[in-house]
Design a binder for this molecule. Sequence first.
Ligand code: NDP
Ligand code: 8X3
Length: 249
Amino acid sequence: MTKTAFVTGATAGIGEATVRTLVASGWRCVATGRRKERLDALVSELGADKVHAACFDVRDSEAMDAAIAALPAEFAGVDLLVNNAGLAQGLSPAQEADLENWQTMIDTNVTAMVVLTRKLLPVLIERKGAVIAIGSVAGNYIYPGGNVYAGSKAFVNHFTLALRADLHGTGVRVTSIEPGMVETEFTLVRTGSQDASDDLYRGVDPMTGQDIADMIKWVAELPPHLNINRLEPMPVNQDFAGFRVARNT
Ligand code: NDP
Ligand code: 8X3
């Protein structure tokens, strides 16, 4: 039986690769994001029987309700929610950070993610489905300028693990994937500069959206008695040693 995945943030990076990968493996996907032309291109390429475009801003709860209500019957039985849409804005230290950027990250990465999850849990329970969330190493280890992005991703990691407890006995599987550096549009969005993005990834051999999509597919297609609680993939060239000292002069 064909299964249906609801993938947020499918217009770029990890989410777009996930839709392509799941469809190639026989899934149907609801692909979401704000850039309609990119969603339409995915539908044209992969087929309207395989991909349904749901164009909305995840921070708009009414638009989210309307998109869920408008799902065609064959896409409405959601078996897998991939909580992927998210962003970082800025790398300033907390004492200089832009409060609007902070609010955008909290609204997108935290509030929208929990609202969508709450709305889809009944169907996921009915179908003994799965939730896979894309948190981040930024939620596990600290780096300068991470501040609210790091906090929002710690929330994603921890909320996802907490779902495991509440869904105990339902058969719903829950996995937190917490990646390090993946070369996508993430750093372009964070900094507003393609040069800054190219500089960050130069020589690092970072992970790709496809690497993470392959993990999502692997987790999603495991036998139903198996649950991966968390995965923390990193490029070999990135690590988590970060202690510093400041010296009195
Ligand atoms: P991209 O910038 O390439 O993709 C982000 C996706 O999120 C886009 O499809 C974008 O769609 C969507 N999105 C952002 N804001 C909104 C919004 N308000 N409403 C709807 N959709 C939105 O980045 P990645 O693929 O790298 O990021 C995907 C997830 O992975 C994020 O949660 C990120 O925090 C996480 N992550 C990324 C890492 C990395 O190094 N790249 C590492 C660890 C985690 P659109 O703009 O069309 O709305
Ligand atoms: C983003 C991962 O390592 O670029 O979530 O901060 S990293």
